[in-house]
Each structure stands twice: as structure tokens, then as C-alpha cells.
Design a protein around this ligand. Structure first.
Ligand SMILES: Nc1ncnc2c1ncn2[C@@H]1O[C@H](COP(=O)(O)OP(=O)(O)OP(=O)(O)O)[C@@H](O)[C@H]1O
Length: 309
């Protein structure tokens, strides 16, 4: 369990983390979402004792990181760009970590097998691909068999096979009853991985809720309809009081109506339809709506359709 109470971090005039309270619970994957610069990495670094809070506190299983008697057995983390001595092999890097933390040598072989690095374990890690480097970082995080795990952008730069592997691993760690806290900018991936979400914007918690609940509250399903007479159809739909937007390919996105209602309006005007479907709300849409005010720089791409198109 990870608990933050009034956790604060200031860098000069910047308040990176602003008196936040949250609890990350065992047995499920908690996703940590927020725009660039929201304070995710800073929060994770404070959990791992790499940054000192300016105020408040954060604990792992009730203790601050520096007070944990055997930290590697309590919490493991894959943070951004791990500094690993490139001249060392994966095996020797892990063995050195194990020795300095009183972990038996056989556990090194175990974690190497677990992350699938057996074939390259004795090669210099300096020549590792991004994916192999991530696997090595995860092996190090798992070395002490900790009950709490943090992953900061674990799928950054990975190929689809690597992404799927990490997703399966993260889900299985939570299924074993561990506390798993993971940040990612890949919304589609987060939607498949996390059960619970903690959303941060400008250093403050914007949402702390279950995945399904978050999407239902912050985004609505809509109807997508495509017609060769799109302009006439848009006008007819707008007359019914529904909000219409135009998708990149010219399709109309209708909010507040069912597919049947949209089809009936088209039918009553004798308009042809080339497509009519319900689009379920996505995590990405919910995230964009919730954090719109927390993003420092953003471009509008989804403009309402002007009247008369
Ligand atoms: N060492 C530092 N010195 C000064 N400012 C910092 C430092 N680390 C982070 N910040 C600032 O704190 C804020 C939060 O940064 P942080 O890296 O925690 O955000 P993040 O949510 O992880 O962003 P990203 O998604 O881009 O990785 C930003 O405004 C950042 O510029």
C-alpha cells in the first residue's frame, strides 16, 4: 500500500506536487495519468526516496522509504532511464544488486528467467535494445520480490510484443495481490491495464476513481454517421437540438442521440447513409476533457461544425 498525505514538492517557484492525498491499494493496477509536467515522476521519485517532500509525506506500507528496514523487499520501481553500468552484463548488474541487499544468487537466475533475458544475461548491457533495457529494469525491480511496484512509463518506445508482455506482467503482479502503480501516456494501453485511476493535473489530484466510472463520468458515447449529403443531414440533426461535430474523414459525430434516432431523421428526409454506428466513450476522450484546463499548451482539433456545412 502507498499512502500520500498532503504530499508537496516545490522546485523554486514551481509547485510540482501540491498537497495531494491518495492511497494506492493492493490487488489491483492503479494507473497514474496526467499531462506533461503534471507531477507524476516527481510523485514516484518521492515514493522511492529519490526526492525529498517539501511538505507532507508519502509512505510504503506505513513507513517512509528511508525508514524501510529492507527496501528492496518492500518496493521495487522501474523509473525513467535507469542508470546501469553499460560495461557490466545483466547478470552481474543483478548479482551486484542482490549481494548488496542480502538477496540469494538463485533469485538472480529466477528474475532473469521471469523477464526472458536468459539468452543475453551474460552480454554487456550497454548493447541492449530499449526493450531489453526495460526488461532488465523490471528484473531489478522484482529482485527482492516486493509487494509494492511502481512503473513510470514502462512501455515507452517498446514494440507491440514488448507492450503486450509488460501489460500481462503488470496484470499478473496485481492478481498476485501486489500493489501496482503505473504511469503511461498511452491511453489505449492504460485502458487495458489499469483497474483504478489517479489523475493529476498541475500537481493536484483531479480524479481518484475506478476506470469504468471515470470514463462514464467524463465522456459520453456518441453516434457516428456518414452520408453523401452530410451538410443537409447535419442541419436536420442540429434542428433536433443535438450537438454535431465533424470527424477527420467527414463523418458527423452526434452527441445526445441514439443510432435509431439519427437513422430515423435521415430516413424521414430521404437521405442516404453510408455508415451509422455507436462509438463508446474512450479513456482518451475522458482524459482530454478532464485535463483540458490543466494542459499548458494545446491545439484544438475537434471544432464544432459551423452552421450550413
Ligand atoms: N529537478 C527539477 N528541478 C526543477 N523543476 C522540476 C524538477 N523536476 C521536475 N520539475 C518540474 O516539476 C513539474 C512536474 O514535473 P514531473 O516530471 O513530475 O511531471 P510528469 O507528470 O512526470 O511529466 P511527464 O509526463 O512530462 O513526464 C514540471 O513543471 C517540471 O518542470
Amino acid at each position: 500500500m502507498i499512502t500520500a498525505e498532503r504530499l508537496t514538492k516545490r522546485y523554486g517557484d514551481t509547485t510540482a506536487v501540491d498537497a495531494i492525498d491518495f492511497t494506492v491499494r493492493p490487488g489491483s493496477v492503479t494507473g497514474f495519468l496526467g499531462p506533461n509536467g503534471a507531477g507524476k515522476s516527481t510523485t514516484m521519485r518521492m515514493v522511492m526516496g529519490l526526492d525529498h517532500p517539501s511538505g507532507g509525506r508519502v509512505t510504503v506500507n506505513g513507513r517512509a522509504y528511508r525508514d524501510l528496514p529492507a527496501p528492496l523487499h518492500e518496493v521495487g520501481a522501474l523509473l525513467e532511464a535507469k542508470a546501469i553500468h553499460g560495461g557490466r552484463s545483466a547478470y552481474h548488474h543483478l548479482l551486484w544488486l542482490a549481494k548488496t541487499n542480502g538477496i540469494p544468487r538463485r533469485r538472480v537466475d529466477e528474475v532473469i528467467g521471469l523477464v526472458g533475458l536468459d539468452a543475453v544475461a551474460h552480454k554487456r548491457s550497454g548493447g541492449f535494445s530499449l526493450g531489453m533495457g526495460q526488461r532488465l529494469g523490471i528484473a531489478a525491480a522484482l529482485l527482492g520480490d516486493p509487494g509494492v511496484l511502481l512503473f513510470d512509463e514502462p512501455v515507452n518506445g517498446l514494440d507491440p510484443e514488448g507492450i503486450r508482455w509488460i501489460r500481462t506482467l503488470i496484470r499478473s503482479l496485481a492478481a498476485e495481490g501486489r500493489t501496482v502503480f503505473v504511469s503511461s501516456h498511452l491511453m489505449s494501453e492504460m485502458a487495458l491495464t489499469a483497474d483504478h485511476l489517479l489523475v493529476i493535473g498541475r500537481g493536484q489530484i483531479l480524479a481518484d476513481t475506478g476506470m469504468a466510472d471515470f470514463i462514464a463520468r467524463n465522456a459520453a458515447a456518441h453516434v457516428r454517421v456518414r452520408s453523401p449529403q452530410g451538410g443537409v443531414l447535419a442541419e436536420a440533426l442540429r434542428e433536433r437540438g443535438w450537438t454535431i461535430r465533424r470527424d477527420d474523414d467527414g463523418a458527423l459525430l452526434v452527441e445526445g442521440a441514439s443510432a435509431e434516432q439519427v437513422g430515423d431523421v435521415a430516413g424521414s428526409r430521404g437521405l442516404y447513409l453510408h455508415e451509422l454506428s455507436v462509438v463508446n466513450a474512450s479513456l482518451e476522450e475522458a482524459f482530454m476533457r478532464l485535463t483540458a484546463d490543466s494542459v499548458e499548451y494545446h491545439a484544438r482539433t475537434d471544432q464544432p461544425v459551423p452552421a450550413g456545412v
